[in-house]
Write a protein that binds this ligand. Sequence first.
Ligand code: BT5
Length: 335
Amino acid sequence: MSRTGEHAPAGTGEKILAMLLERRDSFVSGAQLSRSLDISRSAVWKQINTLRELGYGIAAEPSKGYRLESSPDTLLPAEIRQGLGTSVIGCKIVCLQETGSTNAVAFRMAEEGAAEGTTVIADSQTGGKGRLGRVWASPPGVNLYCSILLRPRIQPMEASQLTFLSVVALARTIEQLTPLIPRIKWPNDILIEGKKVAGLLNEMSAETDKVNFVVLGIGVNLNMTSDQFPADLRHPASSLFLESGARVKRTDFARCLLRELDTIYGTFLREGYGPVRSEWLQRSRLAGERVTVSNNDRVTSGRVSGIDEYGALLLETDDGTTVQVLAGDVRLMNG
Ligand code: BT5
């Protein structure tokens, strides 16, 4: 590679950031950065200024070099990767400023052969997807929108088990980083005090007897404020900030979520769905409650007795029979 004078190749700022992050408490000399990246020292200086414009606090001392003092809450692969330590999830991380839907990007990358664990994150989405063609409000700068690619060797009918995997990883993350108590509402919502703070949308490519890949889509309202919610929400909604009064650093949340997913995916591959299912049930908002589930024009009512091995909701109806509900919107009958 040739020395590039004032100009640096794309991605240089990210590399400088990674080096500063690695040596967070000490100075890295301009000469060392210039040598490692094969760019001139004035190009290093330019990149440092660009990072400052992005909100990084970087101290510069002529005799010592540069030291990172503070980071903005910008979602960047180099930041998320700091101390990540996962074996599969986040092996590749792509962060986009704005995109239609992270699920759509991850799906396309999967079709082009991206590796298991590839993670796509966006600061904002212009066409965030909910289930059944619904829209997921995805304003910039406040939340986490991410999609993770998995290639498990399972049958298509087992794929819904993966929703439970991501919802449990998400609940664990909220428990670790906030004092809040998340409750899971079948199949894909996380509620706090009865209000929805996160939703999941898994999309799959499969053949009759084989799953090609699954994209786990996760949207979490972290620092969203009341005025940023659409007026016509189906259910009450909130954010972790609104519920706890404390801002959540998006980078920390993303890193912790990827770690939890990595751990629980490992458990799932080794021990199957059993441990995930029991953890899901412990956190379920619905166990023992009377609910109605609507799926298009079909409405089923009963008391929730659990979830089956494929993730279907089990309802005990008034005549004592247990019915299996595969999909739908759940409402608590007295909630
Ligand atoms: C979901 O759908 O809850 C799945 C949401 C998945 C979003 C993630 S973000 C990353 C990835 N990329 C995507 O494009 N999607 C995934 P559903 O259960 O259908 O709920 C959608 C409904 O929730 C909407 O019709 C609204 O009423 C409401 N809603 C929309 N935005 C919301 C938000 N930010 N917070 C809470 N509720 C919301």
